[in-house]
Design a protein around this ligand. Structure first.
Ligand code: N01
Length: 492
């Protein structure tokens, strides 16, 4: 029988942190499920998260566009197999508008404190605003705090300098001398865009990268018209069997460094290097001394040709220091630059921090994560009741759609918050023993992954252990299908 108390639970206050891909998803799903008292706090003035913040030339989604799409909001108009970043940003803005999620968002509100007291989450914003919530969904993203290098003299440079995620579009590029430090996905995409445009572009490489060849084919107007006209066709492209099989194969490969699948990947990237780089000296400079996919694999249709452009140079001598006019390498050479781009990555261990998050009994997130950020199945933390994460620590990483990952995590979280809404539980927090069992198994499996095979990357935590889902994608889907309720303390 419905009681007054049960009916009231329809009104549970849900706070979503962040209006990027996962925050928009949360808003859509919460509204669809009938949660009427939801707010999304976003520190910036627009939706989009990483796609809002990264606007550097050459920014391209390296996951196939139709897979990098909400399952319920296919997009017949993707221009390319690997679309430009601005188009991805536009997709999120359109989707937020279409589902009226922008009306749910409080922009320019940065949450600085989130504390569980007397059965509710108390949130303080930088602006002085205060809110209380029954449920918190942290959709704050992973790669959003720029990691700046600690190179001597960084502050001495008198040209223009910025991090790749803080691009200043007022700075001219054509005919300039540009230096790019870092050759992760960002640095590689930058070189592809700048070679032939800058007077000279120098790529400062500390560690060589394996490059997976890929074709970036445009979708023709006929194809787009066919996708628009035929929903079933669009659905089949979105759920392309070859792509899905590749995801499964890739995750099996990275989960087992001895697998035949990883050997196949190694053969492809090695062949790409051998076939694409003519000069043997340059080829050796570009040859990594670690295994393919140990760092996040870079998919690029054009890096090898860009770095062989007459106006491009790969610099591998090691950076000694930065001076007023450029970079001095250890061989004593001064590389004069007008613009220096720091494509040096992000602090991948921050998640919702520096926000001060305090759980039940005064337990501080910073203490819980002092050794390494972790979470049960990547979504829940002991002593943090009714607090769930999308794309949180130890979730799948790799070269596939984080939208799909977030949707599956949402499916899992939705089942837990439904218990809160129905009144079956008042507080849901994963138990410490379930967390410990998960973490022990994860750490043991992480050691067998390719990520732990001997390279440095943002996948590794402070102790050098891969901070990722170490099993197959199939196993992730299985885990997300339904929560095992005995892993949770369910306070009635
Ligand atoms: O950053 P990274 P990123 N001196 O951490 C170098 C996603 N993404 O921005 O290898 C010299 O990969 C560092 O060198 P080393 C994607 O998940 C997605 O490129 O440590 N060099 C490395 O080369 C990706 O993995 C898309 O020796 C220094 C680079 O900086 C993630 O973002 C596009 C240095 C950092 O590479 C991060 O990529 C772009 C120093 N002091 C990015 N410090 C899509 O298309 C650091 N480096 C979806």
């Amino acid at each position: 029988m419905m009681t007054g108390k049960t009916a009231k639970r329809d009104d549970l206050r849900v706070v979503v942190m962040g209006a990027g891909m996962a925050g928009i998803l949360s808003g859509i799903k919460l509204r669809e499920a009938g949660f009427s008292n939801t707010v999304i706090y976003e520190k910036a003035a627009r939706v989009g998260g990483t796609w809002r913040e990264n606007t550097y030339p050459g920014l391209t989604c390296d996951v196939p566009s139709h897979a990098y799409t909400y399952s319920f909001e296919p997009n017949p108009d993707w221009s390319y197999m690997l679309p430009p970043g601005a188009e991805v940003q536009d997709y999120f803005e359109r989707t937020a508008k279409k589902y009226k999620i922008d009306e749910m968002i409080r922009f320019n509100e940065e949450i600085i404190r989130c504390e569980f007291k007397n059965g509710r989450w108390h949130l303080d914003m930088k602006s002085g605003l205060h809110d209380e919530a029954d449920i918190v969904i942290a959709a704050t993203g992973v790669l959003h705090h720029p990691s700046l290098p600690t190179i001597p003299g960084l502050d001495k440079f008198q040209g223009t300098m910025f991090h790749s995620s803080r691009w200043d579009h007022s700075v001219p590029l054509d005919g300039r001398r540009i230096g790019v430090i870092g050759n992760g996905s960002t640095g590689v995409q930058l070189i592809c865009a700048l070679a032939g445009r800058a007077a000279k572009v120098q790529h400062f490489q500390r560690t060589a990268q394996w490059i997976m060849p890929v074709e970036n084919t445009p979708f023709t107007e006929e194809q787009k018209a066919a996708f628009r006209a035929d929903r079933a066709l669009l659905h089949s492209v979105q759920n392309d069997a070859t792509y899905l099989a590749n995801v499964e194969r890739f995750t099996n490969a990275v989960a087992d460094a001895t697998s035949p699948e990883i050997a196949q990947i190694e053969a492809i990237v090695l062949d790409n290097l051998e076939q694409s780089v003519a000069d043997p000296v340059l080829r050796e400079k570009l040859r990594p001394n670690y295994r393919a996919a140990c760092k996040r694999l870079i998919f690029s249709p054009s890096y090898y040709s860009a770095i062989q452009h007459p106006d491009a140079e790969l610099v591998t001598d090691g950076i000694e220091c930065i001076e007023a006019t450029g970079i001095r390498t250890r061989d004593g050479r001064l590389h004069a630059l007008d613009l220096l781009v720091l494509a040096t990555g992000f602090k991948a261990d921050q998640f919702m921090r520096p926000m001060n998050v305090v759980g039940r009994n005064g337990v501080k997130l910073n203490d819980v994560w002092a050794k390494r950020p972790n979470a049960y199945l990547a979504v829940a933390i002991p002593e943090f009741p009714n607090f769930f994460m999308l794309n949180g620590p130890t979730g799948p990483v790799g070269n596939f759609s984080l939208i799909d990952v977030a949707e599956q995590q949402w499916g899992y979280i939705a089942q837990l918050i439904e218990r809160l809404r129905s009144g079956a539980s008042q507080e849901i927090a994963v138990t410490q023993s379930a967390m410990d069992t998960y973490e022990q198994a994860r750490l043991a499996a992480a050691k067998n992954t390719i990520f732990a095979s001997g390279c440095n990357s943002w996948y590794l935590d402070a102790e050098g252990v891969p901070a990722s889902w170490p099993w197959s994608y199939g196993r992730f889907k299985e885990a997300m299908a339904a929560p095992q309720l005995d892993a949770f303390g369910l306070k009635a």
